[in-house]
Design a protein around this ligand. Structure first.
Ligand SMILES: *Cc1c(COP(=O)(O)O)cnc(C)c1O
Length: 412
């Protein structure tokens, strides 16, 4: 059952590892491991046109995914999300073409499902028995769902102020949920301290090699949905950075196989004013990011004070001629309203941050309005519905005049 996956390679020191054993980070330097494939063989085995006949799931790209036996795939129908035109939004922004990639339709309501379907499938294939992860909320839901489907116990740790919907969802999936007085980094410390003794395989962001493989499929999909070319600009809400790192890796792989040319989108990273370690490092010209103290933002997925893949995120931004910027929580909420009201897509605050970022970039002439721009709407709004203020009149059906007055006021 030898597939196309060849080995694991450290993205920092180049050390290589057997891909058919469970690994987390590089054991010599502690950095991120990448899955490496025999791309020459993939190129011979499959052509870009072949995908059109396959099912609408990220598993359509099986040749560049790590699971060797299809029997081990734990799937809930993730990926192959719509890439929608956004004509009303484009017009309001004065842009030629803004596209939105709606990741909120994934199982569990966010693109975390992409990473977890691959990580859980591969962990199961390699004999992991129990899974553990720290999470701001969405990763925990996704892991708990896939663990339930795989019949594996899940141990999840999230900050005590994580959205109630996320907490409830994990409990419903039967996960062992713990709330932590602290941030996601504190949750991670507990998982690492307890996990090895208790036999939990740690699927923390970029601390195991396969969540990034799941997220890289966003890059493959984007290329396929645009007939095997890439847009000019990608705006991505960045926390741990798996998506940006994964997509950048996908572009390299696709070019190596001759599926796309060497043109790359400008990768633009948006973070929140209250937690922006990557933006700060980018502005200071650093290759690594200092941990952010006192991280605070309503966008839980962006409340990541330090990312193990910081050097990879910064490299993708710089190599692509991109940039990094912050937006405030008030701009994020305004953007959630705007995306929903103009295009009918109700998104999470992290997703709202991409539009807030685009507005700023246009105002400061850092993005060309003639460019083809893709906003990654990473999560669904339903998980964070409490962020939309609902201050509406309550009607007494028998008070005819009162009803009329209220409706008249609304129509004015
Ligand atoms: C986790 C998360 C992010 C950040 O994703 P990374 O790829 O880890 O940077 C953005 N948006 C949502 C909705 C998330 O759940």
């Amino acid at each position: 059952m030898k597939g196309f996956l060849d080995h694991l390679e450290c993205s920092a020191c180049g050390a290589t590892y057997d891909a058919d054993q469970l690994h987390t980070v590089c054991s010599s330097c502690g950095k991120v491991l990448f899955a490496r494939y025999d791309l020459a063989r993939v190129r011979d085995a499959v052509r870009p046109d072949d995908f059109a006949r396959r099912r609408g799931s990220l598993w359509r790209y099986a040749e560049v995914l790590p699971v060797r036996d299809p029997e081990n795939v734990v799937s809930l129908g993730e990926g192959w999300t719509p890439l929608l035109e956004a004509p009303r939004l484009s017009r309001a922004l004065g842009c030629r073409r803004v596209l939105i990639k709606d990741e909120g339709v994934n199982p569990t309501g966010s693109f975390k499902a992409r990473g977890m379907t691959v990580a859980v499938s591969r962990a199961k294939e390699l004999g992991a028995r129990r899974l553990g992860t720290p999470s701001a909320g969405n990763a925990a839901c996704a892991m708990s769902a896939y663990a339930a489907r795989a019949g594996m116990p899940a141990y999840v740790f999230m900050p005590e102020d994580a959205p109630l919907m996320n907490q409830a969802e994990c409990v419903a999936y039967g996960a062992h949920l713990f709330l932590v007085h602290g941030l996601i980094s504190d949750c991670g410390r507990i998982v690492r301290r307890e996990g090895s003794e208790r036999g939990w395989f740690d699927v923390s962001t970029l601390r195991e090699p396969y969540r990034a493989e799941g997220k890289k499929t966003m890059g493959y999909e984007l290329a396929e949905q645009l007939s095997w070319r890439l847009p000019d600009v990608i705006i991505y809400p960045t926390g741990g950075g798996t998506g940006i790192v994964g997509m950048w890796k996908a572009f390299t792989e696709m070019e190596a196989m001759g599926w796309i040319d060497s043109k790359r989108p400008r990768m633009i990273s948006v973070q929140a004013t209250g937690c922006a370690p990557i933006v700060r490092a980018f502005e200071q010209g650093q290759n690594q990011a200092e941990p952010w103290t006192g991280a605070q933002t309503i966008a839980g997925g962006l409340r990541v004070p330090s990312a193990i893949g910081d050097y990879l995120i910064l490299q993708a931004i710089r190599d692509s001629g991109g940039t990094a910027l912050t937006v405030g929580d008030d701009e994020i909420v305004a953007a959630m309203h705007e995306l929903a009201a103009r295009e009918g897509v109700f998104v999470s605050p992290e997703a709202g941050a991409t539009l807030a970022g685009l507005r700023r970039l246009l105002a400061t002439h850092q993005v060309d309005p003639d460019a083809e721009i893709v906003l990654f709407l990473t999560g669904a709004g339903l998980l964070n519905a409490e962020m939309i203020a609902v201050d509406r009149p309550v009607l007494d059906p028998d008070d005819v005049e009162g009803c009329r007055r209220a409706i008249d006021t609304e129509e004015e």
